[in-house]
Design a protein. Structure first.
Length: 376
């Protein structure tokens, strides 16, 4: 297990017990024969793809999803075994990487299948079916094209899947559309079997599908954001029928403590002016680490010694300033909690997402690579 260096400037802590709790909670919602195929794309939603995949492998999970071929290669180079499905497009010039690193490529349409087939070497694939999202995949009504993909001799077809684009919507409209997608998908599977196509593993549930439509489960389910203990917005988390625990906390070092005289400005643009003498702390974290600039000028805060320290001035690329006037005994080298719980207070990723006017997925997935990820 990777351990934190005492001199770290800013880092992410991954709670392994909470991760395991979420794995079990999601698995219990699904039929026993349905296996989890965790999504570790975008550096495991900012949590650290290699770190998370290794931990999940220790739980016996041998199926993973990534967005790009290079993400898959990174996992292989770090010893991750089992099936790794590339959910996105891979350029023909990189097909050799799919073969060399034993990855499984998504077939995004029939013409792409022909490109993969002409590559020459055997390539493992899953066929993506578009049942109504109008993103990647063969349109569900084009059964003849799917059958032709099954005829491609150099493709080892190991799976077929779709994506439910409204599974987070539990209104009547959302339920009707999701039901329609599920019916279209399974109708195609039935037709393929009638045509003599040996249907491989099927999957269509991601995080919200697992939570709201577990009866649609196939052979695999692809948990993403839910695996990490959060949902896209606070309301969804509050209404969820399963108890999910946040896996990530984010911390930064206090590098300087300064007195700011009344009337003096701090930070860029002279926009923050002290209304009285203030004591401020400089934290070694900024927007290059993924901290939203919308937290500037009191838009956000951190916790130091379980007390709230508001952000003052503009969040900088590598640093930000907080007001610690009312927090005693703050010293260089102390730790500030940017996301997580300290004492009785907590700053959640929902707080940052709401401040930014976005979803939690975006907040966590843009945490920078220079943030060390450690298991706790």
């Amino acid at each position: 297990m990777k351990r934190l260096q005492k001199e770290g400037r800013a880092w992410i802590e991954i709670n392994r017990k909470n991760l395991y709790h979420n794995v079990r909670a999601l698995q219990r919602l699904l039929p026993s024969e349905c296996q989890l195929m965790p999504v570790v794309k975008a550096n495991a939603y900012g949590h650290g793809a290699v770190l998370v995949a290794k931990e999940l492998s220790g739980y016996g999970i041998k199926l993973f999803c990534v967005a790009t071929v290079t993400e898959g290669v990174e996992l292989r180079k770090n010893g991750i075994e089992g099936e790794i499905l590339v959910l996105g497009y891979t350029h023909p010039g990189q097909f050799f990487m799919v073969e060399e690193y034993n990855l499984t490529q998504t077939v995004v349409d029939y013409s792409y299948a022909k490109l993969l087939n002409r590559y020459g070497g055997k390539i493992k694939v899953h066929i993506k079916i578009d049942t109504g999202m109008y993103r990647l995949g063969v349109r569900c009504e084009k059964i003849s094209e799917v059958i032709q993909i099954f005829c491609c001799k150099n493709l080892e077809i190991q799976g077929i899947y779709t994506h439910l684009c409204a599974s987070d919507d539990i209104t009547r409209k959302g339920q009707e559309y999701t039901s329609k997608q599920g019916k279209e998908f399974y109708r195609m599977i039935s037709q393929l079997k009638k045509e003599g196509c040996a249907c491989p593993k099927v999957h269509l549930l991601a995080s919200y599908g697992i939570l709201n439509y577990p009866k649609l489960a196939g052979d695999y389910a692809r948990p993403g954001i839910a695996l990490y203990g959060v949902l896209s917005c606070r309301k969804d988390w509050q209404q969820a029928a399963v108890d999910l625990l946040p896996v990530l906390s984010l911390k930064a070092r206090v590098v300087l403590v300064k007195r700011l005289p009344k009337g003096e400005s701090a930070g860029y643009g002279l926009r923050y002016v002290a209304d009285r003498e203030r004591i401020i702390a400089v934290l070694s974290i900024g927007y290059a680490d993924g901290i939203p600039r919308s937290l500037s000028f009191g838009g956000g805060s951190v916790l130091i010694g379980s007390q709230t320290a508001p952000v003052i001035g503009a969040v900088c690329m590598d640093q930000m300033l907080v007001d610690i006037t009312d927090i005693p005994d703050v010293n260089q080298g102390d730790v500030a909690m940017v996301i997580g719980q300290s004492g009785d207070n907590e700053i959640s990723v929902y707080d940052l997402a709401e401040q930014e006017g976005t979803i939690t997925n975006e907040i966590v997935s843009r945490f920078g690579n220079r943030l060390e990820r450690v298991l706790v």
